[in-house]
Design a protein around this ligand. Structure first.
Ligand code: HEM
Ligand code: HEM
Ligand SMILES: [Fe+2]
Length: 457
């Protein structure tokens, strides 16, 4: 760690990791409810557990990104963070908001209250006061980072990171507009959800991945920057109009079927670009960095993002296909692998890289960390396959044969049981990861290894 204020990242990473554990545990409960539908139906109904699962995901990913930014910007700008106090205040606001949202979901307090009650839009259920808190925290964050970067060295990595973060915050403002007309509601809802994961977050991903590649492979900055510009240009060119792939069946004009199909197909390009970038950098790289776990997560991130977002996204993005698959388990298969590959793995890569530096130690527990990569990613890939099969059967029975929804669900039981098993692997992998990055390895040098070290005559 070169700069004192990079320590701020540590607090953000701890909060993110705690929420990550809650997120995957809630997933396991959901997965079990699919197998045994009355499980916890009084204590923690499916819809509430689902809110916890998806909201915890978004909040921990955002907290993680913020931590990554506080770690990365001092090194790129060659400056300490403008105000560490503001950075901690920002985290406090986010934690209070998160606890407030969780309590509201679980107890359903203030139901129907405009300011205090939950709002029924997937991912954007947070009560209004929490949303306002999020905006205040985001403003503090952007002010703090922008001041740091303006005062210091300006690099392509920090500029693109900042552009992504500003875009993320601006898109969130659409969460405050909730028109009564359901078609309009959906139209603006996607401005947040789609323009986040297939626009602004992609810039953040490209910037963080570029930083990791720079550090881990030692390739020249100019080469990294060239790739970065191409990735960002293709991401924005395809992603913005790609929003159209959500406008096929919500009451918007028919031309969206063509705009959405064409531009969202092009969204595969930046994800392919990021995968090619990561592998070419490793191949060209001159440095053999000691942190193998961070490198594995970085390559895994780029690869799984290409499959989850690019391949699984393309699978159902053309409107004649989406006509049949819309809202089936195919969507859930894609949602899981895309989020996991692109944004979960990205955060875990950065935590793996930064935590040893922040704690002033050599990379530790690397073998466990790498084992957790294979367990978690393997579990996630298996889950994606089970859901894809479930979705194919569902699409056929429900959308082609016209069977009714619940009848079809009965046929899918075996897939849901397998999904639950893969979920267990993911949760075990997550626990292993948390142990590997947070609990340092004790140096145990046994007598035997000393004896072995004596050169034989
Ligand atoms: C880090 C890993 C995970 C990520 C990134 C993730 C992401 C998501 C996302 C984005 C959704 C909303 C999907 C949609 O709207 O299509 C979701 C729902 C869900 N997740 Fe996960 N999840 C993860 C882990 C798990 C685990 C371990 C399980 C356990 C089996 C699980 C089970 C579920 C279930 C059952 C739903 C509800 C699907 C529905 O409403 O039909 N997830 N998850
Ligand atoms: C990392 C980037 C991405 C993430 C995290 C992501 C995540 C998601 C999630 C969670 C949903 C379900 C939303 C809901 O209905 O509640 C979804 C829907 C969808 N995504 Fe993605 N996605 C990504 C990239 C892509 C790409 C690149 C494509 C196209 C090539 C794509 C195509 C689609 C389509 C067509 C739907 C609508 C599915 C339906 O009609 O039910 N996605 N995505
Ligand atoms: Fe989308």
């Amino acid at each position: 760690m070169k700069y004192q204020t990079q320590k701020i990242a540590l607090a953000y990473f701890f909060v993110a990791i705690a929420l990550f554990a809650i997120q995957v545990s809630a997933g396991l409960i959901l997965g079990w409810i699919y197998v045994d539908p009355n499980f916890l139906s009084d204590l923690l109904p499916f819809n509430v557990a689902r809110m916890l699962h998806s909201n915890a995901l978004i909040v921990w990913l955002l907290t993680g990104f913020m931590g990554c930014a506080y770690f990365l910007v001092p090194e790129e700008a060659e400056r300490e963070i403008h105000s560490p106090k503001l950075a901690y205040l920002q985290l406090l606001i986010l934690v209070v908001g998160t606890l407030g949202a969780v309590l509201t979901y679980v107890t359903n307090a203030f139901e129907g209250n405009m300011l205090l009650g939950k709002q029924g839009r997937e991912f954007l259920e947070q009560p209004l006061w929490v949303k306002i808190g999020i905006v205040v925290a985001a403003l503090i964050f952007l002010y703090n980072l922008t001041m740091t970067i303006l005062a210091g060295r300006k690099t392509a990595i920090s500029n693109i990171l900042l552009l992504g973060l500003w875009g993320l915050a601006l898109c969130f403002l659409f969460a405050f507009y909730n028109p009564g007309n359901l078609a309009l509601d959906k139209q603006y809802w996607w401005f947040v959800v789609h323009l986040w994961v297939e626009g602004t977050w992609e810039l953040i991903m490209a910037a963080i991945l570029a930083f990791l590649m720079l550090k881990l492979t030692g390739v020249d900055r100019e080469i990294v920057e060239k790739w970065l510009y191409i990735i960002v240009a293709t991401a924005l060119f395809s992603g913005i109009l790609g929003t159209g792939h959500h406008y096929y069946w919500i009451g918007t004009p028919g031309y969206w079927q063509w705009i959405g199909s064409i531009f969202s197909s092009l969204e595969v390009v930046p994800f392919f670009g990021m995968m090619a970038f990561a592998f070419v950098m490793v191949w060209k790289g001159r440095r053999d960095h000691a942190n193998k776990a961070a490198l594995l997560w970085s390559l895994g991130c780029a690869t799984l993002a290409f499959f989850g977002a690019g391949v699984w996204g393309f699978m159902h993005t053309l409107h004649p296909v989406n006509y049949y698959t819309h809202g089936t388990q195919i969507t859930a298969a894609h949602g899981h692998l895309a989020f996991f590959g692109a944004y979960v793995s990205l955060n875990l890569a950065m935590f793996s890289y930064a935590l040893p530096l922040l704690k002033g130690r050599d990379p530790y527990n690397q073998v466990l960390n790498m084992a957790s990569f294979w367990l978690m990613s393997g579990g996630m890939v298996f889950m994606t396959f089970t859901l894809t099969f479930a979705g194919a059967v569902q699409t056929h029975l429900q959308r082609v044969m016209g069977m009714n929804y619940m009848e079809v669900q009965d046929q899918l039981w075996v897939f849901y049981a397998m999904r639950f098993c893969s979920g267990v692997a993911v949760v075990l992998g997550a626990l292993l990861y948390i142990y590997a990055v947070l609990v340092p390895r004790r140096e145990v040098i046994s007598q035997a290894s000393h004896a072995d070290a004596v050169p034989a005559e």
